[in-house]
Ligand binder design. Structure first.
Ligand code: 5GP
Ligand code: MG
Ligand code: MG
Length: 180
């Protein structure tokens, strides 16, 4: 699997330092807020685990699964809700944890959904921010890395459901897209 990677963008150590930095900031910002941390499946799961361990606050954890990609490398534009929350979020302070914000469609969908359900506050923490991909004006409040406009995999991010278990974020060799 590691042989399919052309280049590492963010190493295990880079990511761990970013999780620590964000965790310190979140500890400060959420000390009196008892947030519901909403991890967006499946991509954000590794990042969520690392960040919440660095947050010294009372926090609930829940998961939501939405899909826009359907396996390829281009966003399809249509969002499906695949798995809903189990927490009542009306009046709660929400921290969404995402793997990557690209066009912004997924995040817009999530924010609208949580607003409809009367969340008190919605903030967003993302491992990667692909600002050049943005089609909808949404912003993250906490960002691990600003990532160039390339398709990346690893540390939760997949290509055709593979590579999520790489401990770093990298770019695939071009031949992988044609082989698999
Ligand atoms: P958006 O709705 O902002 O266009 O895309 C968000 C979702 O698309 C992410 O949560 C992720 O699942 C997928 N995505 C966007 N860019 C990339 C990328 O570079 N690599 C991978 N593996 N997924 C991406
Ligand atoms: Mg995601
Ligand atoms: Mg995907």
């Amino acid at each position: 699997m590691n042989n399919d990677i052309e280049r590492v963008l963010y190493s295990r150590d880079d990511i761990s330092k970013a999780a620590h930095r964000l965790g310190q900031q979140l500890t400060e910002d959420y000390k009196d807020k008892k947030p519901v941390v909403i991890s967006v499946l499946k991509g954000a799961i590794l990042f969520t685990v690392d960040v919440i361990k660095e947050m010294d606050v009372y926090a609930e954890l829940d998961f939501i699964d939405v899909s826009s990609y359907h396996g390829g490398t281009e966003s399809s534009g249509k969002i499906d809700l695949l798995h809903d929350l189990s927490t009542e979020i009306s009046g709660r302070n929400i921290l969404i944890i995402e793997d990557i914000i690209d066009t912004g469609r997924t995040l817009k969908y999530l924010i609208d959904l949580l607003k409809q359900r009367n969340a008190a506050e919605i903030k967003v923490c993302t491992l990667l921010d692909k600002e050049d991909g943005r089609l909808i004006d949404v912003k993250a409040d906490y960002i691990g890395f600003a990532v160039p406009n390339e398709f990346v995999v690893g540390y939760g991010l997949d290509y055709k459901e593979l590579y999520r278990n790489l401990p770093y974020v990298g770019v695939l060799k071009p031949e992988v897209y044609t082989d698999k």
